[in-house]
Design a protein around this ligand. Structure first.
Ligand SMILES: Nc1ncnc2c1ncn2[C@@H]1O[C@H](COP(=O)(O)OP(=O)(O)OP(=O)(O)O)[C@@H](O)[C@H]1O
Length: 648
């Protein structure tokens, strides 16, 4: 590495070093030195520090701030650029007068345009950790020191996004951080040094005017706030707004869209909106924003492409100034302020959960947990290009909050938004966002309704299939109905021997599985095949019953024989009775489909009664007339034969 310093600084060399800087520290160290990667970190950083001191990389010297480092995007190769990843920047605000007075120390060090160190000063009164100072390292797309100007922040973070919006894409910039960390300053700024919102709109107007092919363009602006989980229009305050999801994403129904023609007009509307925004003094900030503010600008204009065709470009830029999280102290009373704080923390927690779920690649992202996450849904998990600016305070008094912000910013780096192609492929279903306080209950009702409708649809389909089945049967029957044996012996022609058979015998299983086939020829084959399977199962059932019957007769005969041996009386077995009586030929007759019993129902019953009751075996067996046992046998046989008769 030392040899690098002696070499002449060519652009390739800068690029090589820049690439090295962009690597995670562990990898970088390993590349530089194959021994212990943590050894001599200071020595390894020395050449980089020297490099930043070169004229080309350092800004003009400012006597007021020593070792000033300005965030500047490194010239990384195109493949290493962020792509559709959420780009994350960190901005450190100057230490405040109050913090200086409280003897706080600076705990944030930006060593180069991408790396930031957070020093954790231990409590000097802590006995065990007396001399231990922990340093945490984070790498971001760019880090801005306290001396960075608004214009520098804008050009590095948002100007590319504005370019994308002008080309018809959607972009979101949001500031995240603890209360008093400088979010509103970054987003809105002051009259003397306007922030990202104003600079972006100014840039949009400047570029759109030169690019519009016919001089016509439309810029619409809306400004809303989410305060205590209610969405409100900031420019025309009124009733709370309802969030809905349509094909363009989440929209606030009833939000006023203002057509604007110049940056001055935008400034007036922004001032008006900020006047309506909820701000209150807190411990950390005299004018703390107690709500999340979202400024949306929709740009529409026409351009000519390379083939001189006119194309309409529509892009949306969302600029979000989040409310800052604040630590609630145990001594705090439950006031409106603390409730506000709880709501802010809850929505920021919901945002953290979404970031976690997105980074972990979970299927369900809990956007519905808060209004804020619903509004940011497209920015985090949609097709939007997203920029996150994490604002931090350099004071050691806020090191806890700073660490928290840096942690979430670090996580957010891993979020990948979808490309347009991915979004179209996914073809996601859109669900309405339900607004009332009883979100869950309403959702359940909606789902129940949907379920009912689907069931009704299913029943209708079932009806149709039934009639279709009847038709197909009629088609097969011709003049006489097909016998089960004929179906067994001649399976439908379209049924291939190696084709997978249906495993369930339900008549409708196959039909449910293939509802699309109901109107073509295949459908009939499927229906017949199902019937074929059903017939087979019935046949086997009849066979089983027959076997049971003969087993029963055998058992009874054995019992009678044993009894006659004991008593010395000659007994007639059940088999003999059946052979003697006219039952057996009658059974044979029943198998014929044309069989009609010559006896009326009542008489037939008495015939059975007489035959069975007069049987000496029955009397001998029980010592009394127990006809029910004997009766069950022919009745069972009769019913079995009748069942068989349906198919034979
Ligand atoms: N980069 C900066 N340069 C100069 N002053 C700054 C900078 N950042 C913040 N400040 C000042 O710090 C104070 C707090 O900043 P700001 O109101 O922007 O914080 P915030 O994060 O929006 O807080 P909250 O979440 O409570 O609204 C303001 O007085 C602001 O002028």
């Amino acid at each position: 590495m030392d040899s690098l310093i002696d070499q002449p600084k060519t652009p390739q060399l800068y690029e090589q070093i820049a690439r090295n800087v962009s690597m995670p520290v562990s990898t970088r160290s390993h590349t530089m030195n194959n021994s212990n990667p943590h050894q001599g970190l200071k020595k390894k950083l020395k050449p980089l520090t020297l490099l930043y001191k070169q004229k080309n990389l350092l800004p003009p010297k400012n006597p007021s701030s020593k070792n000033r480092v300005v965030a500047r995007k490194l010239s990384l190769p195109e493949t290493e650029k962020t792509g559709n990843r959420v780009t994350v920047f960190v901005r450190v605000r100057p230490i405040s007068k109050k913090e200086k007075e409280a003897d706080s120390r600076c705990c944030v060090t930006i060593v180069n345009p991408r790396d930031v160190y957070l020093t954790e000063f231990v409590n000097p009164n802590g006995y065990l950790r007396l001399k231990r100072i922990r340093r945490r390292h984070f790498t971001f797309d760019a880090c801005f020191p306290d001396s960075a100007t608004q214009q520098e922040v804008y050009s590095t973070t948002t100007s590319e996004l504005v370019e994308g919006v002008l080309q018809g894409r959607n972009g979101t910039v949001f500031c995240y951080g603890a209360t008093g960390a400088g979010k509103t300053y970054t987003m809105l700024g002051t009259v003397e040094s306007p922030g990202v919102m104003v600079l972006a709109i100014n840039d949009l107007f400047g570029k759109i005017k030169t690019r519009s092919c016919d001089g016509n363009y439309a810029v619409h602006l809306s400004y809303l706030e989410v305060y205590n989980e209610t969405v409100r229009d900031l420019i025309s305050p009124g009733r709370p707004l309802v969030l809905r999801e349509d094909k363009q994403g989440i929209v606030a129904a009833g939000l006023t869209q203002y057509r604007v023609y110049s940056t001055d007009e935008v400034m007036i509307l922004l001032q008006q909106g900020n006047h309506n925004r909820t701000t209150e003094p807190t411990r950390a900030n005299e004018t703390s924003s107690r709500s999340h503010a979202v400024l949306q600008v929709v740009v529409e204009y026409q351009v000519r492409d390379a083939a001189m065709n006119i194309i309409k470009n529509v892009g949306k830029l969302s600029l979000v100034d989040l409310a800052g999280s604040e630590r609630a102290l145990a001594t705090d009373q439950i006031t409106l302020r603390s409730l506000e704080g709880a709501n802010i923390n809850r929505s920021l927690l919901a945002l953290s959960s979404c970031i976690n779920a997105l980074v972990d690649g979970k299927k369900h992202i809990p956007y519905r947990n808060s209004k804020l996450t619903q509004l940011l849904k497209d920015s985090l998990g949609g097709t939007c290009s997203t920029v996150m600016i994490a604002n931090i305070s350099p004071s050691s008094l806020s090191s806890g909050e700073t660490q928290n912000t840096l942690h979430w910013a670090d996580r957010a780096k891993e979020i990948r938004t979808k490309t347009w192609m991915q979004a179209n492929d996914a073809n996601e279903d859109l669900f309405p966002v339900i607004e009332t306080g009883t979100d869950q209950a309403t959702l359940v009702l909606e789902l129940q309704k949907e379920n009912r409708e689907m069931r009704m649809q299913l029943a209708r389909q079932q009806q149709k299939l039934l009639s279709l089945e009847a038709q197909s049967l009629a088609g097969y029957s011709c003049s006489t109905p097909p016998s089960a044996t004929s179906l067994l012996s001649t399976p439908p022609t379209s049924f291939q021997p190696n084709e997978k058979r249906w495993t369930r015998n339900s008549l409708f299983t196959a039909i449910y599985l293939t509802p699309e086939t109901k109107y073509n020829g295949k459908k009939i084959a499927i229906t017949v095949r199902t019937l074929y399977e059903n017939v087979r199962s019935l046949e086997s059932e009849i066979e089983r019953m027959r076997k049971d019957r003969s087993l029963l007769i055998k058992q009874k005969d054995d019992a009678i024989c044993k009894f006659s041996e004991k008593s010395g009386k000659k007994a007639t077995t059940a088999e003999t009775i059946l052979t003697r009586s006219s039952i057996r030929p009658t059974h044979e007759k029943w198998k014929s489909p044309s069989f009609r019993s010559p006896l009326p129902k009542a008489k037939k019953r008495s015939f059975w009664d007489t035959t069975a009751a007069n049987s000496p075996s029955v009397t001998a067996l029980n010592g009394r007339k127990t006809r029910s046992h004997v009766m069950s046998e022919p009745t069972l046989l009769q019913s079995a034969c009748r069942k068989g008769n349906t198919w034979k």
